[in-house]
Design a protein around this ligand. Sequence first.
Ligand SMILES: NC(=O)c1ccc[n+]([C@@H]2O[C@H](COP(=O)([O-])OP(=O)(O)OC[C@H]3O[C@@H](n4cnc5c(N)ncnc54)[C@H](O)[C@@H]3O)[C@@H](O)[C@H]2O)c1
Length: 350
Amino acid sequence: MTLHIGLVGCGFIGMVHSVALRAVIRAGLVDAAVTHTCDIDGERAARMAEPHGAISGTDLEALVDAVDVVWVCTWTAEHRAVVQAAVDGGRAVFCEKPLAPTLAECEVVAALLEQVPHQVGLVLRHAPVFAATADAVASGAYGRPLATSLRDDQFFPTQGQYASEWRADVAKAGGGTLLEHSIHDVDVLAWILGPPASVRAETAMRFGHPGIDDVAVLTLGYPDGSHATLLSVWHQILSRSSSRRLEMFCEDAYLWADDDHLGPLHIETSQGETLVPGELPTWERQLDVPAEYLAPIVQYAVPTKAFLDGITAGGKQGWPDASIALRAHHVVDAAYRSSAAGGVLTPIGP
Ligand SMILES: NC(=O)c1ccc[n+]([C@@H]2O[C@H](COP(=O)([O-])OP(=O)(O)OC[C@H]3O[C@@H](n4cnc5c(N)ncnc54)[C@H](O)[C@@H]3O)[C@@H](O)[C@H]2O)c1
């Protein structure tokens, strides 16, 4: 049975999902169709509907009534209301990260999502380079992790391709570079290293938007005595839209990567260096996408296909799910509390 999909929120990431969905649908990789789009800005909804031949509008209830799966791509403060409507209608939900602006609301959104087949847009969980890193650490072949460093930088995303004023408004975004962008990094570190026990954090708002941190420096402590630092920065270098560098010292290896999708992952041991290149899925050849857009589209097409395949297979839960996202939100919340208290060591909740 063809799955009918409704896209809610037709801005930047809604468009990325729309293109990824269209690519996997047209290639016959999933039995689905985007049949409805919705945005409070009707013109945006109409623009996104056009290539799918979908029905567009501003009426969320009408969309929920008509589809099997709801894709939630509104700005963060609206995730809760859209997820509530979708879950009330018993629909499967793909919800973008962050779940909500505050931890209390994240808990509400997570509890709603748990009631239906769902997946959260923490797309780095599908990045081959971080899967290879997590596998390398879990294998134990390189000894115990000692210290890890992850740097994430991006130009202040109220401009350029992101062009969204809400990212400078704490009521809509909940926070700045740490919550809005580096929730991905906090989650990747948890995937590779396990849950941290404590955090010390300092944040700054150098560009003067109240509550919107543009620099965040975290030191995460792990139960085994190892540490990780996360440096998250929003700057004004418009040629750098998003970039990450991971460095990890294990007892017997230095692992690093400066690309957050295909890597490669570099592994240096006393015997020399090996490279673990990330690979695109074999079905990428079936996608009718210009070569220069292939890798970025595949980044979203892989989690999209996985989620839809799970639903088609009988409502199997997506990955990452709300419980994984909520754990990352607990770390971010503890980091903001640490920063507010002057960078004190702060235990991390459940
Ligand atoms: N996973 C990722 O890598 C990734 C990347 C970018 C953005 N995001 C997340 O996606 C969300 C959207 O970000 P964006 O960059 O697309 O923002 P955006 O401003 O480009 O688009 C948001 C859209 O939502 C619409 N909208 C707001 N409230 C609505 C409502 N109640 N009903 C219908 N439409 C509504 C707006 O009119 C706008 O068109 C944010 O939560 C952001 O953090 C995730």
